[in-house]
Design a protein around this ligand. Sequence first.
Ligand code: GDP
Length: 332
Amino acid sequence: MGKRALITGITGQDGSYLAEHLLSLGYEVHGLVRRVAFEDPERRFSRIRHLLDRITLHPASLESYPSIFHVISRYEFDECYHLAAQSFVAESFADGFSTMSVNINGTHYVLAALRELQPRCRFYFAGSSEMFGNAVEAPQRETTPFHPRSPYGISKVAGFHLTRNYREAYGMFCCSGIAFNHEGPRRGFEFVTRKITNGVARIKAGLACEIRIGNLDAKRDWGHAADYVRAMHLMLQQPEPDDYVIATGETHSVKEFCEHAFAEVGLDYREYVKLDERLYRPAEIELLVGDASKARRVLGWEPTYTFKELIKEMVKTDLELVLKGVKDNASM
Ligand code: GDP
């Protein structure tokens, strides 16, 4: 019989790619979804629409221990991937209290319910390169000290330590992936990569004439989410639980991302990208670049997308989406 997995955050970018990946491996896939999502399925389930008849969704909230406990009490899960979180850094500055509350307590609730009901279920925590923040070394690796620069980053450091402590204190199989930025056509529009590729498509289609961007000099290690979910799964297949950096090892500035994305449609980004200081963050991370050699060595994991291929796919998909929107509007 195939394995059964539970994914929190299944409606998000990573959750949708992970669900696809696990289904392709013969898993029975379950997901936790907020009740409000069931009331607005068209929008909230847009990333998993094509999977809905092959997965089982349960209403539950990261803010409610009983709702999580209830789902985990009904099925035996082999693996649990905890991806749900308030994941947008800028929003975490706007409302640090709810980001910290949902991200830290939510992780603790899932771990506590598993410990109580299914201590043998393997657990994955979605850690983040934001935990490194202003790092003392580059590239960052598993041993690099954390110096988070946002409420989001702080909440992920707390989740990372909770995960490690459940492993050490209770002998549970708990792993954290320290994933660097990972993107793709399903990325939320608030993140800079999708904001840029969507902007490029709208400008190309004549629907917009500029995009407003904040810090163009920040550098990130951008991979493709479809590659990163494979690493999550691999971590839970090892003989021993451990933590791993997941990254491409390459870093590029926001400016370079703009340059390549506009070049995809034959435009010069300098004519369309307008600097907007209101989009700067109170504390910025200037440089992130990861060293994933442990994941390569132990998990046999490698990213398959290059920076240019990632941008190409995102721009192409956004162009198709925008042009389809224009056509649908015209025929209405
Ligand atoms: P993050 O690395 O998780 O914060 O991912 P984001 O995609 O939100 O941001 C990546 C980098 O792009 C950060 O250094 C931001 O300061 C920078 N950036 C510059 N302009 C923008 C913008 O308009 N939106 C976002 N989201 N980020 C921007």
